[in-house]
Design a protein around this ligand. Structure first.
Ligand SMILES: NC(=O)c1ccc[n+]([C@@H]2O[C@H](COP(=O)([O-])OP(=O)(O)OC[C@H]3O[C@@H](n4cnc5c(N)ncnc54)[C@H](O)[C@@H]3O)[C@@H](O)[C@H]2O)c1
Ligand SMILES: O[C@H]1[C@H](O)[C@@H](O)[C@H](O)[C@@H](O)[C@H]1O
Length: 349
């Protein structure tokens, strides 16, 4: 493509997240347009395409990826569809923004990482949007400036109002806890070496059999401790809080919207977001704008991403796999990962 033309994006999967990204690209993002939409439910894609000038439906996702009039792909299909669609993007040399998770298991994530490395060009960015959230960036900047001293502890809270009916206990790890895995790696700049998940008495409002809430404990390679509460059926609000405790101070994000307890008089209360699209709307905007800018300049520079890469997706999958194992036994499980240096591009050989 030429530098002056808008990036032509194919959005695959136009459910909740994909439709939100289509609106974002069409109304907020500069330098790009949605040229193609695709969905397993064709009528859904057709209804959306009809609202966007110059947008077509392509019925087969692999045809949408291969389409010569598509410059880049945004994958917002469910996790199990990602592997095949990512490999197709690599085969056709198409830059791709893949909503988390990269894939739903470690082996396929590693295969994607290895295939991309064989190309010698990074084409895959993973949608860990919190890295673009202004509050998280502020926390990271403070921590990395050394003003908190060396970090010792990280405390995280991740609460959702509700989850779709198909959500099971392992999905709480792979779809929800995965964000805290990435935040931990992003803030602390090191890998997670072991995971333990314990499950207290379940919330009576949770669907039968759903082990919710869950408490995850991570240990990092340098011996730091991270604890996470994931609670996805609160029925109340979308609450994401992170606190870093360092040797010379601590800092917390996620509180500026106030605590909510509207039913009890006399308790401090305030506005709080109900959904992730509300809480992280700005993060998604920044994430997609920076990706579009990176891809457009990438056709000149060969660098098509500006954010978490396929390795970050693989590392998260490895931690989540250990988490799912721990969910079964309650024991601490060591995270099994290959060395990053073992992933070699043709230039390294
Ligand atoms: N970053 C975030 O905060 C965030 C938030 C929500 C969802 N997500 C991720 O976004 C992705 C989509 O989630 P969602 O909540 O929008 O799901 P969704 O179920 O609302 O939408 C998925 C859409 O993909 C379609 N689809 C299913 N299989 C397909 C296939 N093989 N090819 C093409 N289309 C297919 C479905 O018909 C549906 O319209 C998931 O990977 C999810 O983890 C990320
Ligand atoms: O897919 C969603 C999304 O990733 C949200 O950011 C997270 O809070 C939810 O728990 C998860 O189900």
């Amino acid at each position: 493509m030429t530098a002056s033309r808008n990036l032509r994006i194919a959005v695959l999967g136009v459910g909740m997240m994909g439709a939100d990204h289509v609106t974002r690209i069409t109304s907020t993002i500069s330098g790009a347009r949605v040229a193609v939409v695709n969905d397993y439910v064709v009528e859904k894609a057709a209804r959306l395409a009809a609202t966007i000038p110059g947008c077509r439906v392509v019925e087969d996702p692999l045809d949408a990826i291969a389409d010569p009039d598509v410059d880049a792909v945004l994958l917002a299909t469910p996790g199990p569809a990602h592997e095949k669609q990512l490999l197709a993007c690599l085969e056709h040399g198409k830059p791709v923004m893949c909503e988390k998770p990269l894939t739903t298991d470690v082996a396929t994530s590693l295969e994607v990482v290895a295939r991309e490395a064989e190309l010698g060009t990074k084409l895959i960015q993973v949608g860990f949007m919190r890295r673009f959230d202004p509050e998280y960036r502020q926390l990271a900047a403070l921590l990395h400036s050394g003003q908190l001293g060396r970090p010792l502890l990280l405390h995280c809270i991740h609460r959702n109002v509700s989850v779709p009916p198909h959500f099971d206990s392992a999905m709480i790890v792979k779809d929800s806890l995965v964000h805290e895995v990435d935040v931990t790696r992003f803030l602390l700049n090191e890998e997670i070496s072991s995971v333990q998940i314990i499950t207290p008495r379940p919330n009576p409002r949770a669907p039968e059999g759903l082990r919710d809430p869950q408490i995850a404990l991570f240990t990092t390679t340098s011996g730091m401790h991270v604890d996470v509460e994931v609670f996805v059926t609160t029925g109340v609000a979308y609450e994401v809080r992170t606190e870093v405790v360092g040797e010379s101070g601590s800092a917390m994000i996620g509180l500026d919207v106030g605590l909510i307890r509207t039913s009890t008089p006399g308790i401090r209360s305030g506005r709080i977001t109900r959904t992730f699209t509300e809480r992280f709307g700005q993060a998604y905007d920044i994430e997609i704008q920076r990706w579009v800018d990176a891809v457009r300049s990438g056709f000149r520079t060969g660098n098509y991403i500006d954010g978490p890469d396929a390795w970050d997706g693989y590392a998260a999958a490895a931690v989540c796999a250990a988490g799912v194992e721990s969910l079964e036994t309650g024991e601490r499980v060591t995270v099994e990962m290959v060395q990053r240096s073992s992933i070699r591009s043709p230039d390294d050989r």
